[in-house]
Design a binder for this molecule. Sequence first.
Ligand code: PLP
Length: 438
Amino acid sequence: MRARNNGKTDHGRKLKPESLMMSYGYNPEWSEGAIKSPIFQTSTFVFKSAEQGKAFFEVAYGLREQRPGEKTGLIYSRINNPDLEILEDRLTLWDEAEDCAVFESGMGAITTAFLEFLKPGDLVLTSAPLYGGTDHFLLTFLPKIGIEVMEFQPREEPEAIVKRLEASGKREKLAMIYIETPANPTNALIDIAACRGIADRFGGPGKRVLIAVDNTYMGPLWQHPLKHGADLVLYSATKYIGGHSDVIAGACLGSKELIHRVKVLRTFLGNMAGPMTGWLLMRSLETLKIRMERQALNAEVVAAWLTRHPKVEKVYYLGLLTAEDGQQYRIYKKQHNSPGAMMSFDIKRSEGAPGPADPAADEAAAFRFLNRLKLIKLAVSLGSTESLAEHPATMTHIGVGEQHRAEMSITAKLIRLSVGVEDAQDIIWDIGQALEGV
Ligand SMILES: *Cc1c(COP(=O)(O)O)cnc(C)c1O
């Protein structure tokens, strides 16, 4: 039913993604002239003839080459559904990806990519820290099926990583590099192009070491990993893409060839998104750019204000990087077109010089701050219209070992903030009144 138009319209102009989010991939004639795609709440699709049913199955199962212009026909909603297909087409525009597969959660997208592209005996190299759910799957499930995991730190030099890989005696096994950049919650950056360099050193003719990037923190607007050499981009669409804290969803983007493989496994794992999720995300995408732009503007104002507050010791926000930060600043300039809207900061208990180290007192101070917030909600998740605050050490990162947490500056005094679309001065007012209680 779809007519892909590759961003072109009848007017012969290549339109920007934000101009296409209301209409791309959908034709009102398909649905009685409805300006918006209906929710195709249906499990199965009626074939025009037995011959057509046969042809659809042949293509879906890859039993023959597709004829020019032939698409996978609509068969059954575990395989495809119009709300998912239109959504997938729209999502490809932001990252200029060839194809996209959407899932009922970010974890669905991430685990399906691991299961499709890794096999027993493989090694996956990952950045640290990773999202808690991803970390758990990597460290507890993948070893059960004979897949090994090796970590590196955001500031580790590529040469040092290569040496460790060589010394491990597992160079032949490397199948994937999996990264999250900026790292959550301290915004440490990883150079995607440098990872491409590592991957190519361990790949060879007939073997491509894949690079997968979880772009939830910065995508799909502020960082485009495919342009820097990544093969797969993964999203928790629950965050900025959904953006309203009312839906859980995920996406995986990349070349036609790789996404075809992801979609085939998705069909058999059965973790595709449902039509209602597809419809909700299409609605979200119409305002994606203005939401994210407003969030980034607010974040800039809030971060600048935080740096001047006497009860704030340190602010971790990409917009505060300067040339003096060396490699981190260079990655930021090269890889991002905005500092985004995620930040974290350390609360200072005593004005002037920092007081003696006392994690229990730091935690108490952080909790007093969080409990006093009035406008900003105390919740995990991020990227939504409302501002959210949380305490990584006892919440999102409680599963990270204590020494690891210390290495990554995830201390008891650290607060993570996802800036929303409210009035910036109202956000500042709320943080200010809550800090008074510290
Ligand atoms: C939330 C999140 C996930 C998991 O996504 P779900 O939609 O909750 O399954 C993965 N990675 C990052 C960076 C996230 O923030």
